[in-house]
Design a protein around this ligand. Sequence first.
Ligand code: ADP
Ligand code: MG
Length: 242
Amino acid sequence: GVPGHPVLRARGLTVSYGGFTALDGVDLDLAAGRITAVVGPNGAGKSTLFHCLAGTLRPDAGRIAVGGRDVTRLPAHARTRLGVARTFQRLAVFPTLTVAENVRVGAEQGHVVDPAAVERALRLLRLDGAVRARPAAGLPTGTLRRVELARALAGSPRVLLLDEPAAGLDTDEVAALARVLGALAADGTALLVVEHDLDLVAGLADTVHVMTAGRIVSSGPAGEVLGRPAGPGGAAPGRPGA
Ligand code: ADP
Ligand code: MG
């Protein structure tokens, strides 16, 4: 998409669990070529927001539009077809399928069926050579996260939603992840990163929203909101002005 062009627009999202309001009137925009982060303490409502956007939870109030089309009532798989891809906080690869087969499943579920996208996704995530033929079961967490991300990308999504993508990764893996996300944004994908690793967010996000008790309490450029300079991933290659 054209950088800065709005792709996903959420307004007034509200979710109650019994009498407890976990999400309280949240507005969020995701734009092509931009990385948006949502940070906040445990229990703030980040995953609840994420599930509303992904379509795995129907909000009690509020609307979500993708490319101008209202998707509030569409289930997750229909949103995936419209170009909204996601990863899972707990890894959700198919253990008996090989790495390459897992990624091909993503292409079949996706927005655009493009066989070249599978190869592109495998390469971007550095899933080359023998690892492609290995069953997912038993691979290290860092590799499985790359498989999962490649699977999400294989359908050529317009929007990519990531819930705690750095969880369980070591420093090198986090740096590699930051490069991949920067490359996707440079390619025009709209990204949402829900994350409590503030170093990843500081170095990567264009806009940061801070959530507390179900509300966005502060928003702005990462450097301003987090009150610290961008980290080593901040100058992601090919992202002028980010
Ligand atoms: P975060 O991802 O920011 O840690 P969550 O969205 O997971 O926050 O949770 C927000 C609040 O909603 C927390 O207080 C949590 O205990 C509560 N909550 C989340 N899911 C449920 C559920 N299925 N039933 C009841 N309460 C829930
Ligand atoms: Mg969470």
